[in-house]
Design a protein. Sequence first.
Length: 401
Amino acid sequence: MKGKMLLIVTLFFFVIAKGQKFANLALTPPMGWNSWNTFQTNISEKLVMETADAIVASGMKAVGYEYIILDDGWMTKKRDANGNLVPDPKKFPHGMKALINYVHSKGLKFGLYNCAGTKTCAGYPGTRGYEYQDARFYARLGIDYLKYDWCYTDGIEAQEAYRTMSNALRVAGRPIVFSICEWGENKPWEWAGSVGELWRTTGDIAPVFDGYSDHDGWKQTGVMPIVDLQKGLRKYAGPGHWNDPDMLEVGNGMSTNEDSAHFSMWCMLAAPLIAGNDVRKMSKATKGILTNREVIAIDQDKAGIEGFKYKDVDSLEVWSKLLQNDDWAICFLNRSHKPVKVNFNWKDEMITDSIFNKTLNAKDNIYKIRNLWTKSNEGDTQKPLEAMLPSHDVIMLKLSK
Ligand code: GLA
């Protein structure tokens, strides 16, 4: 008995010393909603409750959206006398715990935000020096997801800061998905796989299809430049450890074509799907995009393999993603301002995933084709694909033998 205890205690300390994260979290890319892209710090319990209701009523929950995440602005500007974080009583008059219970009662999960620095990006108390105390606070509240940012971090080493928080969460004992948000500045893909479940690869996204949105001293990155910046990172992603090209901007001002191209590309990249729009009043088109089960299934494919660009011809790009059972997703993306003609003879193309050593070989095999946006079966690979593809739009297909 004594020996068994000793073994358990030793194992416990071994795990902690190694700083190992919780096992089996986010085996497919996390899905949910985050307040930042639309509401910034204008958040409240009413917003969260209505959002949770809308996620259920819209069918988003049924297709996999799970985490409701409050981003920056949920605290008061100061910790209390004991050094604890204080949820803003004006924004959350019934307390954070009651709100979390409400979200949980809907069968959803709940997430919060903080920062590795002395302050959050919006100037609220950061976690530096309070890692273990804050982790215990989150565990007591019963949160399921923590987004951990990188403002006010002068003089801090990123890997160490994120490992410390990961460890603190582990010690606090409640499994919490750890979302690392240092904007790709310290190559998190190289070290974060054992620290958290997802890591931002890039700066903040903007609801701009191509190009940037400039601010005083900093800029937000549009959808296409973010896609370009993922180059070379796919080998680091997989079940439980994902590249995060940032939250979705679907429904936030781009055209319907652009929104569906953005959503499709996030799915091709096996990216976390964290909606960032006001889901309480979304258009039919936005809802249709966010809840397309067949497109989501590409993102959520159990193999957890991030897609890659197979080729480009001018501004027409062909992306591929290897799926379980040796199926493939193929996405034709038109980045130009004009419609382009797609003419793709499957039999002339050998699409090889060199990391997983698999080839889509339509010369020697016949694949059935399913169009994931029109939701129709479109024959097989014996016939070349010929289509007009509108500007900033995609044709997204699933091929199976
Ligand atoms: C950073 C993050 C954003 C958001 C804001 C909040 O910019 O990258 O996603 O969390 O901070 O202040």
